[in-house]
Design a protein around this ligand. Structure first.
Ligand code: UTP
Length: 407
């Protein structure tokens, strides 16, 4: 792409200001900027004050597979899951591209040390949980780790330095998620430098297409992987590649499975797994109407009582047919450091624009069937979002203690 073509592309989207400082730049910077213009998808950047893409269809309940039923079939499901793992059909995907803003650490969240008497990093806890399954199955399974431009180097260097906490290196693959431009409230992209558009990670919904773009489908095909267990970096108790969960999803002929917990209280800030126009979907807690909150199932229990914990199992072949364009874009207000009108770099102390994200939970609506699989929150749900208070290092430490995990 040359200057003229870059200008033409920007003109199409009303973003010509990106080239404002072009003449002042070094040849190298000019090249970098043109390259960024070439690779940026400005079309995605639909600033939506009147956003209609996220309108929900008709919501109805979806019955979860509860603990009692799982207990009854545990042996059969576990055997089926272990068989799939031993056959190399299962891999795990760690979503670790987030900024972890709420935790307030400059390092990737997985590098956070939650130990008290010794070092216990979040990554270490996750890998320890995976190693339980490796021992149980007596087989390794592949781990794909999604990072972002902002944390890739630190994440890879850290895991290398720690020798992957004992995980077999050949089974660990990294990929970097895509970035999207951040804009002001009118949809004009911000410049981070005179030669660089301000960008942020594109949310956790783009993981499969980023994996695909970076050639990892080759690894999946070569290894014969059929199921991908996607999970968040911040839940230090979750079971990963859980044989019983995998077996239950396969035995029930579902294209996906989602681990869910019984809500602690009706307004708890977790998305509820439900049906939307007859297809699996996740309705956010703030989208639940009073009617839905009061609705009961045939046992007289709340009908939307199970919340997702960002631990999903997807049939890989199904994901190949889904394009990112099908996902709604979520718009998040954010503080975006940028070059101001006078060309000076500023770091705002309050939100000044939007970042644009797609979310993994929206993938659930793209599959025909999804098994809501209940897990006990006390044993499997210890998310770390904040340093203290709700969903914090403090609460996670307490839950680790209750589960006999030494910190
Ligand atoms: P969160 O929604 O908790 O976001 O991510 P976050 O960035 O980690 O934290 P805050 O909101 O800034 O405090 C849920 C999971 O999705 C991953 C995170 O790393 C976490 O595992 N994620 C999020 C990505 O991989 N990429 C993203 O762009 C966003």
């Amino acid at each position: 792409m040359d200057y003229g073509q870059a200008y033409g592309k920007l003109e199409q989207y009303g973003q010509q200001h990106v080239l404002k400082y072009y003449d002042e730049l070094t040849a190298e910077q000019q090249q970098a900027l043109i390259k960024q213009i070439e690779t940026t998808d400005f079309g995605k950047l639909k600033y939506c004050k009147d956003n209609t893409t996220n309108k929900k269809g008709k919501i109805t309940p979806l019955t979860a597979m509860e603990l009692d039923e799982i207990r009854k079939n545990r042996e059969e499901y576990t055997a089926a899951g272990l068989k799939a793992i031993r056959q190399g059909k299962v891999a795990a995907v760690l979503l670790a591209g987030g900024m972890g803003t709420r935790l307030g650490s400059d390092e990737p969240k997985g590098m956070y040390d939650i130990g008290i008497t010794k070092e216990v990093y979040i990554f270490q806890r996750l890998i320890e949980n995976m190693m339980d399954v490796v021992s149980q199955a007596d087989a390794w399974f592949h781990l794909f780790v999604m990072t972002s431009d902002k944390n890739h180097e630190m994440t890879t260097a850290f895991l290398e330095e720690k020798n992957y906490f004992g995980y077999k290196k050949e089974y660990v693959h990294f990929f970097i998620q895509d970035m999207v431009p951040a804009s002001d409230y009118e949809g004009k992209v911000y410049m981070e430098e005179k030669w660089k558009i301000a960008t942020s990670p594109n949310g956790n919904g783009g993981w499969f297409s980023s994996m695909n773009k970076q050639g990892l489908l080759g690894v999946i095909k070569d290894a014969g992987i059929e199921w991908l267990n996607v999970f968040a970096v911040d839940n230090v108790l979750q079971r990963i590649a859980d044989p019983c969960f995998i077996g239950a999803t396969i035995a029930n002929g579902c294209a996906a499975g989602a681990k869910v917990v019984k809500k602690a209280f009706p307004d708890e800030g977790v998305g509820a797994l439900c049906l939307e126009d007859g297809r699996p979907s996740i309705v956010e807690y703030y989208e639940l109407t009073d009617e839905m909150k009061k609705a009961k199932n045939e046992l007289g229990e709340p009908a939307y009582n199970f919340g997702v914990i960002l631990n999903y199992l997807f049939k890989e072949s199904v994901l190949e047919g889904i394009t990112d364009e099908r996902f709604p874009l979520h718009i998040v207000e954010k503080q975006i450091p940028h070059i101001d009108e006078d060309g000076n770099y500023t770091e705002p102390d309050k939100p000044n624009g939007y970042k644009y994200e797609t979310l993994v939970l929206d993938m659930i609506h793209q599959v025909d069937s999804c098994l809501p699989y209940e897990v006990e929150r006390i044993h499997e749900f210890a998310p770390i979002k904040n340093p203290t208070g709700v969903d914090s290092v403090d609460t996670a430490r307490e839950l680790c203690r209750l589960n006999g995990i030494e910190l």
